[in-house]
Design a protein around this ligand. Structure first.
Ligand SMILES: CC(C)(COP(=O)(O)OP(=O)(O)OC[C@H]1O[C@@H](n2cnc3c(N)ncnc32)[C@H](O)[C@@H]1OP(=O)(O)O)[C@@H](O)C(=O)NCCC(=O)NCCSC(=O)Cc1ccccc1
Length: 317
């Protein structure tokens, strides 16, 4: 019967499901606009988790104690796991286009698929390693809980597990930052320097407020289809509300002297980051973009034999 339905009837039924908060599953009919928005969002999210493992991976051999080494090693492993989980979700969506995870990886190497701005940045000290866990994972929790009720079932279910693990990651980061913030002057300075270095990248984390910066924005589409509920700017404001008081209570100085909370508007007023720099960074012209992409590509090629052995046509042993 469903084969005889017209495109309009399919669309009406689909929108009814969205309105009723029913989940859309991988094999259900969906409009191209919905599928393409999900592919873009989930492949970018998945690949960012994988690229996101690299800055902290640099700190595994240099962690200051065995306990910290085990903690950061487990986190790196978790992030790679999140990436794999999400790439599987994206792969299912790309089936009608005959594309696989291999294509996502190739798109990353060719520059066609962008990864998250924060993972193009340097992490030169142990303060940066702690700050990534505390504030980058903290920002990730805010953006991802915004999609826990996503209309696309496979993504919502993957996010449930991912968010639960991200909470551990944020606690791991917070523990590192608290230890440094209660330490010597030199240790306190490590945290402040890391905050100064990461502030702009953290503002950029949630994306530009509207399409003026990048020329396109899928916020309207993702909100219309109930993939997310809040806009990029609302998420950024939530981040300030949660973390600015915590940063101040640790004795940290905000790198933006002009920032304040406007009681009337119920909004944080802050200095905009340099959005032209954001565009450059996500075009793989950030401080660590090329080096991390090279590393990713090298390990992808070195491990080709594993994928080959596991493929149905591959030989094992
Ligand atoms: C909220 C936002 C980030 C941005 O909302 P959107 O609806 O996409 O905004 P909009 O359409 O207005 O953007 C216009 C254009 O700009 C692009 N663009 C925007 N922002 C960024 C950006 N920040 N970086 C780079 N590009 C960005 C966007 O793609 C689009 O490109 P186009 O012009 O179409 O080519 C959304 O993508 C999201 O929720 N992602 C899922 C969660 C996720 O990715 N989490 C992070 C990683 S996991 C993590 O952190 C855990 C972890 C921690 C530690 C270590 C390891 C792992």
């Amino acid at each position: 019967m469903s084969l005889q339905m017209t495109e309009e009837e399919h669309m009406a039924r689909f929108m009814k499901k969205i309105e009723n908060d029913e989940k859309i599953e991988a094999d259900d009919w969906m409009p191209d606009e919905y599928r393409n928005a999900l592919i873009k969002l989930i492949s970018m999210h998945g690949i960012s988790e994988i690229m996101g493992a690299l800055p902290e991976k640099e700190w595994v051999p240099k962690a200051p104690s065995l306990r910290r080494k085990l903690g950061i090693m487990a986190k790196v492993q978790d992030e790679m796991g999140h990436g794999q989980l999400l790439l599987r979700v994206a792969e299912d969506l790309m089936k009608p286009y005959g594309k696989t995870r291999e294509h996502i990886m190739r798109d990353l190497f060719s520059g066609d698929l962008k990864f998250h701005n924060v993972f193009h940045m340097e992490a030169p000290t142990w303060g940066d390693a702690g700050l990534i866990g505390w504030l980058v994972d903290g920002a990730a929790i805010i953006s991802q809980t915004n999609m826990l009720g996503a209309s696309y079932g496979p993504y919502a279910r993957a996010l449930k597990r991912i968010c639960a693990e991200e909470v551990f990651h944020a606690q791991h980061g917070e523990a590192i930052i608290m230890a440094l913030a209660e330490g010597t002057d030199e240790q306190k300075a490590l945290v402040q320097d890391a905050v100064n270095r990461w502030w702009e990248a953290l503002l950029m984390f949630f994306g530009p407020a509207d399409a003026k910066t990048t020329g396109s924005s899928k916020q309207d589409i993702t909100i219309k289809y109930k993939i997310r509920t809040k806009t990029n700017e609302q998420l950024r404001q939530d981040f300030f509300t949660k973390y600015v008081p915590r940063m101040l209570s640790l004795g940290l100085t905000l790198p933006d002297e002009t920032m304040y909370y406007d009681e009337e508007q119920k909004l944080w007023v802050y200095k905009q980051p340099d959005w032209s720099r954001f565009k450059e960074i996500i075009r793989n012209n950030g401080p660590k973009s090329k080096e991390r992409l090279r590393l990713r590509e090298l390990s992808y090629d070195n491990n080709a034999w594993v994928r080959e052995a596991l493929s149905p046509s591959g030989r094992v042993g």
